[in-house]
Write a protein that binds this ligand. Structure first.
Ligand SMILES: NC(=O)c1ccc[n+]([C@@H]2O[C@H](COP(=O)([O-])OP(=O)(O)OC[C@H]3O[C@@H](n4cnc5c(N)ncnc54)[C@H](OP(=O)(O)O)[C@@H]3O)[C@@H](O)[C@H]2O)c1
Length: 316
């Protein structure tokens, strides 16, 4: 199988032996693999794969077709178009995935969109619906709204019936409104936003510093991205006055069981809306799997709207 391999911070292509699925697993012939900030960090030596996943092949999400199933796995998975999160190793022509993490890609969804669904939509759904307990008619602020997770989060928040404020330093205001944002503003304009019940912080300290002054009573703030820094000057009186909750999480390091439970919630809550086109994966750019350097460079640029995805022809 063909793999993108991190070698001393360079991205190489290597041919490796294609693995066979063991108990509980399927083998996927990949057609698309999303790029995430975690891949950039891992390449720089800062974010190693959790135990049990390939140590030097990046990639946290993929889509493709099931080409082999483990001894105890339902053979009806064979041939199905699926997507999933993995702990690493997704940027390869073949990937082993636990069967209970698979999501069936709705008919008609293009390969690149399928490859960019899992990490963004599971992360955003987990943060908004499960951690922040976002409810219909509440006000939510999505900070870093024009990236892969942000464009998913705006749609999910709207899908849950919330009033959505999208914060972006990019010019993609019209696109964010088209996805369901009720208002869109630059981080410098956050002080004008009415108090919000939920904050999804995808940028980190630089934006959170601005947002903390806009919390409604009992607000829930969920931090899941740190591109804008991880150190905050926090006036604790804000938490006391609002009785707000400040929390955060990572998806990659969660247990097999936690990821299975999240996949099940997404199957129930989001896949029907993905199938009707009410939820869509925004694609900022696609690159062949054989051009990872160009794809990573594009991902690292500001101003993109949605996901960056590595694509490949379906392998046998
Ligand atoms: N905790 C988890 O489990 C988890 C899972 C997935 C992702 N994440 C994190 O969530 C964040 C968003 O992920 P993503 O896939 O949506 O990334 P992305 O596509 O690169 O989007 C990042 C967004 O943040 C904006 N941004 C504003 N200021 C920034 C700054 N100083 N540095 C970096 N970005 C800035 C970017 O907008 P501009 O156009 O203005 O650059 C962009 O829209 C990342 O930090 C990622 O590591 C966490």
């Amino acid at each position: 199988m063909l793999c993108v391999v991190i070698d001393q911070q360079a991205l190489l292509l290597e041919d490796r032996v294609t693995p066979s699925p063991g108990p509980g697993h399927v083998l996927i012939a990949t057609t698309a693999s999303g790029i995430n900030a975690a891949d950039i960090l891992q390449r720089r030596g800062h974010y190693p794969a959790p135990a049990g996943w390939p140590v030097d092949v990046p990639g946290l999400e993929l889509a493709g077709h099931v080409v082999a199933v483990g001894p105890d796995v339902d053979p009806q998975w064979m041939g199905r178009h699926v997507c999933a999160i993995v702990g690493g190793g997704a940027q390869a022509s073949h990937v082993l995935v636990p069967a209970d993490h698979l999501l069936v890609v709705p008919e008609g969804v293009a390969a690149a969109e399928a490859g960019g669904f899992a990490e963004a939509f599971l992360t955003a759904y987990d943060a908004l619906a499960l951690q922040a307990q976002l409810r219909a008619s509440e006000r939510v602020l999505i900070s870093g709204a024009s990236g892969g997770v942000g464009t998913a989060a705006v749609q999910i928040a709207r899908h849950l019936g919330a009033h959505v404020t999208a914060v972006t330093r990019s010019a993609h205001h019209g696109e964010l409104r088209a996805l369901g944002a009720d208002e869109v503003c630059h981080p410098d304009q956050v002080s004008d936003v009415a108090p919000v019940d939920v904050v999804l912080e995808l940028v980190g300290a630089s934006n959170l510093q601005l947002v903390l002054g806009r919390l409604a009573p009992f607000a829930r703030v969920v931090v899941i991205g740190l591109g804008g820094g991880n150190r905050l000057d926090l006036d604790l009186r804000i938490l006391m006055a609002t009785r707000a909750t400040l929390t955060g999480s990572t998806l990659r390091s969660r247990s097999h069981e936690e990821k299975s439970a999240l996949a099940q919630r997404v199957r129930e809550e989001l896949l029907p809306a993905w199938a009707t086109g009410a939820l869509r994966v925004m694609i900022a750019g696609t690159f062949p799997l054989t051009e990872p350097e160009a794809a990573y460079a594009f991902f690292a640029q500001p101003g993109k709207f949605g996901k960056v995805v590595l694509t490949q022809a379906a392998a046998p």
